[in-house]
Design a protein around this ligand. Sequence first.
Ligand SMILES: Cc1cc2nc3c(=O)[nH]c(=O)nc-3n(C[C@H](O)[C@H](O)[C@H](O)COP(=O)(O)OP(=O)(O)OC[C@H]3O[C@@H](n4cnc5c(N)ncnc54)[C@H](O)[C@@H]3O)c2cc1C
Length: 460
Amino acid sequence: MSGTAGEPWDAVVVGAGLSGLVAARCLRRCGRSVRVLEARSRVGGRTLTVPFAGGVADLGGQWVGPTQKRVLGLAAELGVATYPQHHQGRKVLELDGRRRTYRGFLPRLPIFSLLELALALRRLDRRAKAVPLDTPWTAPDAARLDRQTFGDWLRRNLRRRPSRELLAAACRAIFACEPEDLSLLYFLHYAHAGDGLECLASIPAGAQESRLRGGAQQLCQRLAEELGDAVWLEAAVAAIDQDEARVRLRLADGRRLAARCAILALAPALAAGIAIEPPLPPPRRELETGMAMGSVVKCLVAYDEPFWRRAGLSGEAVTNGRPASIVFDACAPDGAYAALVAFVLGDEARAFGRLPEAARREAIVAQLVRLFGPPAAAATAYLDRDWRAERWSGGCYVGLMPPGLLRRAGDALRAPCGRLHFAGTESARRWVGYLDGAIEAGERAAHEVLERLAEEGGLV
Ligand SMILES: Cc1cc2nc3c(=O)[nH]c(=O)nc-3n(C[C@H](O)[C@H](O)[C@H](O)COP(=O)(O)OP(=O)(O)OC[C@H]3O[C@@H](n4cnc5c(N)ncnc54)[C@H](O)[C@@H]3O)c2cc1C
C-alpha cells in the first residue's frame, strides 16, 4: 500500500465496541497516541440502546452478573448504575406444547427426566472445570471432545426427550445457535469461562442478575466521550499491510493512516472482511473463516402494565416452541414502560428474520399469549433487531466454534501477528462472549501493545 498520509500513531484500534474503546483508553492513559476506526456511524458495536415506549431499551447486550468484576467496575467508574433484573414469581416452561410453571433453577419435569437433567448438568460442569481457560486444547481428552458437537453429546447421554429438549433450549439461549453447530470442547470452555452452566443460565447470582440503568451502550458512549476526536466514525477499514516498522491502514473511503501497531477489536468473522498483507498465518485465517456468528433476533414488546407480575409470574419463560426460545421481564426501572423481551435464536432466527415486521410482531405476540395468557395480546409497542442483518456484526451474540477448530486454531485467537494484535470478546479468557470478556480482551491487547512500544523505545 503506498501514499500513506499523516503522522504514524502509536496505535490504531479497529472497532469502537467495548473492547476497542477500553483498549484505546488504556493506551491513551499511558500516554500513547491512538486512533479508533469504527465502520458504523455510532460507537457500541453489539451494544445498542434505543428509545422505546417512552423510555430506552437495549437491543444488544444488557445483563451483567456478580462475578463479572470488570464490567461492574467499569460501570461504577463511568457512573452507570445497575439495577436488579426482575425475577420474583413463577417461571414458565413450555415443552412440545405443554406448559407448566415452576420456581427455582430446575423445572418440574417427570422424575426420571429431572434426575437425568440434574446428572447431565453435574457431568457437564465437572468436565467444564477440567478445561483450562488459557489453553482449552490441552484439556484431558481434548481431541475426542472437540470431534463431537454438543448435539452429539445430548443424543448420546440423554435418553429422555424433556431433559434433552431443555438442554438444547439452554444451548440456544446461551449461544444463539443449535447444539449441532457447536464443538463440545468449545461448549465446555465457554461454560467454564462463565463460571458454570447454572451461572450462565440464572438471574440471581448469575449472568442475568442485573441491568444497566440507561442502557449498556452508555459504557461505550462514555468511553468514546473521553477519547474525543480520537474516535473516527464511518471509518470502515478495508485493508491493512504491515512490515517490520509500521502498519498501514486503508479505509473503505480511500483515507489512509499509519501506526506502529494495530489492534483488531472485532469478532474473527468481521476481521475476515479486511484484506491483510502479508496474509495472516493459516490458523488465524482458519479462525476468521471458521468462527460463524450466532443467530439472534431480540424482540421487545411493551404493555400498559406488567400483567404477568400480577398473575404471580416472573416473566421468564423457556420453550422449545416457536419462534422465541426464551423470554424475560424487561420493564424499565423507572416505570417508563412495562415490557417483555423475547429472543429468537439459532435456526429459528434465520427464518424469522425473513418475515415482514408485522408478521414478526404477530408471531411473537401470539407466542406470549400462549406463555403468559390472553392479556399478552394487548401489546402497545413492538421493536426488534435481527443481528444477522447487521453488516458490521454479521450475527450475535458471539463467534462460535464448530468441531475441530478450537484444537486446530484456538491458539491463534490471541497470538499477535507481527504488529497486529487481537481483542474482541471472542479472545477473552473469562466471560467469553460477554461485555466482561470484551473488556478483558481490550485490556490484554492494550498491554501487549504497551509492552512492545516500551521495548522499542521512541518512534521507529
Ligand atoms: C442481542 C444481544 C444480546 C446480548 N446480551 C448480552 C448480555 O446480556 N450480557 C453480556 O455481557 N453480553 C451480551 N451480548 C454480547 C455483548 O454485547 C458482546 O460480547 C460485546 O458487546 C462485544 O464487544 P466487542 O467490542 O468485543 O465487539 P463489538 O461490539 O462487535 O465491536 C466491534 C466493532 O467493530 C466494528 N467493525 C467491524 N468491522 C469493522 C471494520 N472493517 N472497520 C472498522 N470497524 C469495524 C463494528 O461496527 C463494532 O462496532 C449480547 C449481544 C447481543 C447482540
